[in-house]
Ligand binder design. Sequence first.
Ligand code: HAM
Length: 411
Amino acid sequence: MAEKFKAPRGTFDVLPEQSAQRERVHQAAREIFGLAGYRFIMTPSFEETSLFERGVGKSTDIVRKEMFTFEDKGGRSLTLRPEGTAPICRAYVEHGMHRLPQPVKLFYAGPFFRHERPQAGRYRQFNQIGAEAIGSDSPLVDVEVITLISDLIEELGVPGVELKLGSLGSLDARANYLEELKSHLRSRAEELSEDVRERIEINPLRAFDSDHEGTKAVMADAPLLLDHLSEEDAEHFEEVKSLLGAASVEFTIDPTLVRGLDYYTRTIFSFVCDRLGAQSEIGGGGRYDGLIEQLGGPATPAVGWAAGIERMLLALDEEVTSPGMDLFIALADLELRTKAVALAAELRHHGLAVEMDLAGRSMKGQFKQADRVGAAHVLILEPGGSASLRNMETGDQQTVDPKAVASLIRP
Ligand code: HAM
C-alpha cells in the first residue's frame, strides 16, 4: 500500500462537524463589524518579503525566525503573510485610500502563517479576524475598535477574558525612555537571557515579555514607559481610558504590556483568557501611527487588532450542532428516483433544506439516514404518484400531494 499523507506539522483540517462553530464566529463578527460601518477587505496570502521586514520590523521574532519565505520563478522573494496589518496598509497606500473620508474602517478574516513551535493554541497556519481603522488619531477610534473585539468576545460568550491596556507613547517621545531602558539593561546584561541581551540595542522593550527568571528580576526594577509618556501621549491615554469607561468596557492597566510587532505607538491592548494555558491571548492590537508613512504613504495614524479564531474556539470549547434538514425524500421504489431528483431541486429553489436517498437504501435504512441528517420531515414517494409525509418529531403521518409539500412544511 502506498504511504499515506498527513497535514503538515502545525496545521490542521477543519472537519465538517467543526465548521458550524467556526461559522458562528464569522457570522457574529460580520454582524458586529457591519453595525459599526466596517467593510470587508481581502489581501493576497503572500506579499513581497520586504513589506514585512519594513512593516513588522527586523528585530521581531516574526521576521527573524518565523516567516515562510520563498523565491518565485522570477527570483523575487515572497513571504506567506504572518499578519494582516502591513498588507492592509500596503493596500491603503496602493489604492490611494487617503482620498476617501477618514478613517477608513476595514475588517478581514483569513489564514496567516508563522513558523512557530506548534502547541495547543499555536499553529503554523492559523486564522485571524481583525479590524483596522486608518486615518484618525482620535481616542474615539481606539475605543471604537476595542469595543468591536470586546463585543465579539461577549457575543460569542468566551469565558474568563480580561482586557489589558497600556501605552507605548509616540515614536519621538519614546526615544528618551528607550535610552534609559537600554542603560538599565546594559548595566545588568549578565543577568539577562541571551535572546534579550542580543536585542538590547534593537528591541529593548521585548525584555518585558521574557519568561527567563534572570531577565524577570532585572525587569522588576526597570523604568516604566507609562511613567515617561509625553504630555500629549499621556492625555491621549487618559482620554482612551475615560471613553472606555463610558462605553462600559472593563480593563486593567498593565504598565509592562508590550507586543510582538514593531509598529505600535500609543495605545496597545491585549485580551487574555484564563482557560487557555500558555497561549492565553485571544486577540490584541493597538495604534500604529507611523506604519503607513514607513510604507511610503502620507503620514497617517491608525489603530486596529486581530483575534485568533482557533484560540476563541478553544476557549469556548462548545458543541454547535449544524442546523438539520427540513425534509428527507425517501423512495419506496428506485424507479421513483427521477421524480425525487426533480422534487428535491424544486423544493431547494423554494429555500427548503432537502436531502434524498442517494444510496439505494431499504425503507428502514432511509428512515435511519433521515434521522442522522436531522430531518424534521420525511416524504415517502410511492409508486403510482401517491406520497405520505411524516413529521419526525410527532410521528404523525398523512397522505399528501407532493406538489403541496413546500406549503405544508415551510418552517
Ligand atoms: P498578533 O498579536 O501577532 O497581532 O496576533 C493576533 C492574534 O492572533 C493573537 O492574539 C492570537 O490570538 C493569534 N495568533 C497569533 N499567532 C498565532 C499562532 N501561531 N497560532 C494561533 N493563533 C495565533 C497581529 O497579528 C497584529 N496584526 C494585530 C493588529 C492589527 N495590530 C493592529 N492591527
